[in-house]
Design a binder for this molecule. Structure first.
Ligand code: PMP
Length: 356
């Protein structure tokens, strides 16, 4: 037996690692990134801005300038607190660390897999409540589970990954209002592509916090996420944040790049119209069942999904294969790309089904 297998906790041995496939040379439509690189006219200014960075010093501990930049970009009122994370993944982990061993985290299923994975390695019970057949919250079952398991945290992705829909506002308010002892975390990673947000609802509910990220609006490489909540909530949670968790290059880059509000908003508008283009063209193929999306990706059901996924890969297009996941039989997920990338994807799908 190897050293590590005798040393490691059994429950960690049982966790399967988060898989990231090799995407070299592929049209990358698998991870909900933005397809838009930095505009050429910004690159030299950006590099000049970086020359003043003091890499021999630790980063600004609370990153206050960056907090202000994010408030301006996302319209976050001054009376809300902000907690920054090295990606919103880190904030999900931080919330899990705030729980007692034996507490329960509840989410819906299918949803973002990290709620489950992080609960496992932080020794928290995870309960996934199944969505209904349209991937909407099944409110009766959810309220019954809240009553039964008394969860410490309820994670709801809004819009949801991987299904792409935004759940009923009425159901979410009902959950926040009923689960008064639970911290309800609305994960708005895809806020830029959605019709609604719960940002202002933080004023009404002491048990509500939001997660957001810059990963889906063009800056996945920076690894920067934020938790938004009442100031007293954020002040307490901040104790668990590791010192200097947001590195200097991320802080400085985000301070510069996130000033480009018009560019960021223009790109989001383009993605929303490309989403309609993609969805219309996918529907026109006939074989596919396309789910509605308020995010920068589309979930669809396809006959012989596994074969289609491989055919796309063989033709240089990488998407996400969910067809073996629970409740997602024959489902695949494609990220909205540029017009050229979307066309390439559509052409390969048509080719697979023998259509013109
Ligand atoms: N929440 C949701 C719903 C996501 O889909 C993702 C990433 N796919 C994340 C959080 C993590 O984002 P980040 O890059 O900020 O860690």
């Amino acid at each position: 037996m190897s050293f590590i297998s005798s040393w490691l906790r059994d429950d960690i041995k049982d966790i399967s690692a988060y898989q990231v496939p090799d995407a070299q040379g592929m049209t990358k439509l698998d991870a909900m990134e933005s397809p838009f690189p930095l505009p050429d006219n910004l690159i030299s200014q950006y590099l000049a801005y970086l020359t003043n960075v003091e890499l021999n010093r630790y980063p600004a501990p609370k990153a206050l300038e960056l907090q202000k930049t994010l408030r301006d970009l996302m319209g976050i009122p001054d009376h809300f607190g902000i907690l920054l994370g090295n990606g919103s993944d880190e904030l999900i982990q931080l919330l899990a660390l705030a729980c007692n061993t034996g507490d329960t985290v509840l989410s819906v299923e299918p949803s973002f897999v990290m709620y489950d994975i992080i609960s496992k390695f932080t020794r928290i019970n995870y309960k996934g409540v199944e969505l209904d057949e349209k991937y909407e919250i099944d409110i009766e079952t959810t309220l019954a589970s809240i009553n039964k398991y008394n969860p410490k945290i309820i994670f709801i992705a809004y819009p949801n990954n991987p299904t792409g829909n935004a759940f009923s506002r009425e159901h979410i308010v009902n959950i926040i209002d009923t689960a008064k002892d639970s911290l309800v975390v609305l994960d708005e990673a895809y806020y830029a592509y959605a019709e609604d947000s719960f940002l202002q609802d933080i004023n009404n509910f002491p048990n509500l916090v939001l997660l957001r990220t810059v990963s889906k609006i063009g800056f996945a490489g920076l690894r920067l996420g934020l938790l938004i909540g009442n100031k007293d909530t954020v002040e307490q949670l901040d104790k668990i944040r590791l010192p200097y968790n947001i590195n200097t290059l991320t802080q400085v880059s985000a301070n510069f790049l996130l000033q480009e509000k018009d560019e960021i908003n223009k790109n989001a508008t383009t993605i929303i119209s490309e989403r309609a283009y993609l969805s219309d063209n996918m529907n026109a193929i006939g074989e596919l069942f396309v789910y509605p999306s308020q995010a920068n990706f589309i979930l669809f059901k396809a006959p012989k999904a596994e074969g289609l996924f491989e055919h796309l890969k063989d033709n240089g297009v990488l998407i996400k294969n969910l067809s073996k996941s629970n409740r997602l039989t024959n489902c695949l997920r494609v990220t909205v790309g540029t017009r050229e990338q979307n066309k390439q994807f559509i052409d390969v799908v048509k080719n697979y089904y023998g259509r013109q």
